[in-house]
Ligand binder design. Structure first.
Ligand code: FAD
Length: 351
């Protein structure tokens, strides 16, 4: 049996919930389809020591402040999952889970959303499926020959899994720095980054990053020069764990190696580091395979958007996915604005 509604939101993480909040405010009929068995999106799967890089109030979705976590300036993962769980309940958001969207097709005036438990038809679709589900690993010669464990950020949980092992962490972004800091005490760690790590000043946290991203948005809207936004400041937020490891001299980065062999990694000058495990903290790509039938990908696989709306299919909006649909849309607090814009446009298209 097929269900019909005005809007199908695909994904029930922070982006999907922010979309739900604004759709509800505008009186649209909608459903949120989420592949996870429980609320919280990707946060349910993050490693134990991960902390938000902004205080709670600066990590809020529209309508409801994230409460502070007792004894912690920067909330932990459980606190974020609890907040998202409460948010969903408080606004009575209609989330169907676990339910995976397989494909979205054009079907006359409507879009047909095929799931693993039957189809939905909708006038509009908001895709908010995040990036966690598409880990990216660079191709490095010799990868298949390595005899130890290879993991990605998404597989990492805690240092206990690597106690006293020789571990290579690859990646100079926030995930790489935080996981390297987490492992620095209990393992024989080598942290490898493509270029020397760029730490943000210690007093810069999510609050400043949000202000900088907002200033970039304004500049772009007013046709002024792109300020470069958050990327112009550096890569790594000095959260307490990272700051502590860096200040203790435990976070020294080596340059990128050129290949792997059976025992570990090899640098261009012939230096080697044997390893039991390599953790690739090398980023993510948008999880968008469900949109393939719509043929929206242009050059370099990118879907062209105006705001959140897909240029080649105005009934489809993309929400979240890094800063693709707005300079601050990668963060919890920053997704509120593009979510509001997407809901407003959909309301105009479906009077
Ligand atoms: P997700 O949380 O991934 O939610 C997407 C949902 O869609 C999931 O439930 C998924 O199961 C579901 N889904 C996917 N595909 C389908 C499908 N085909 N059918 C149905 N459902 C599907 N932001 C901050 O503001 N502060 C921070 O400190 C911060 N730290 C971060 C640290 C890390 C390591 C990472 C990776 C991100 C961090 N972010 C932070 C960014 C952002 O808040 C998170 O990435 C957030 O989880 C993204 O939310 P989302 O809703 O876009 O995606």
């Amino acid at each position: 049996m097929s269900h019909t509604t005005q809007v199908v939101v695909i994904g029930g993480g922070r982006a999907g919930l922010a979309a739900g909040y604004h759709l509800r405010r505008l009186g649209l009929e909608f459903v949120i389809l989420d592949a996870q068995a429980a609320p919280g999106g990707a946060w349910q799967h993050a490693w134990d020591s991960l902390r938000l890089f902004s205080p709670a109030a600066y990590s809020s979705l529209p309508g409801r402040l994230m409460p502070a976590q007792t004894g912690q300036t920067y909330p932990d993962v459980q606190h974020v999952v609890q907040y998202l769980t409460d948010y969903e309940k408080r606004y009575e958001l209609p989330v169907e889970r676990p339910l995976r969207v397989l494909r979205v097709h054009r079907d006359g005036q409507l879009l047909r959303v095929e799931t693993d438990s039957g189809p939905w038809h909708a006038h509009s679709v908001i895709s908010a499926t995040g990036t966690w589900w598409r880990p990216f690993l660079p191709a490095v010669p010799g990868q298949a020959a390595f005899g130890g464990r290879q993991l990605h950020t998404v597989d990492y949980r805690s240092p206990a899994d690597f106690a006293r092992q020789r571990v290579i962490v690859v990646g100079g972004g926030n995930s790489g720095a935080q996981i390297a800091a987490d492992l620095a005490c209990d393992t024989d760690l080598t942290w490898v980054t493509q270029r020397p790590p760029r730490f943000l000043a210690d007093d810069i946290d999510g609050r400043v990053l949000f202000d900088v991203a907002t200033a970039r948005l304004r500049a772009l809207e007013e046709g002024r020069t792109d300020t470069g936004g958050v990327a112009s400041l550096g890569d790594i937020v000095a959260v307490p764990l990272v700051r502590e490891a860096r200040d203790a001299g435990r976070l020294k980065a080596a340059p990128m190696f050129v290949c792997l062999d059976r025992y570990g990694v090899v640098w261009a000058d012939g230096m080697r580091a044997p390893a039991d495990a390599i953790i690739w903290c090398t980023g993510f790509r948008p999880a968008l395979s469900h949109l393939e039938p719509l043929g929206l990908r242009g050059v370099r696989g990118h879907i062209a958007t105006e705001g959140t709306r897909a240029m080649d299919e105005p009934r489809v909006h993309l929400l979240g996915y890094g800063d693709w649909t707005g300079p601050a849309s990668a963060t919890l607090i920053g997704v509120g604005r593009p979510a509001r814009e997407a809901a407003r446009e959909i309301a105009e298209q479906n009077p």
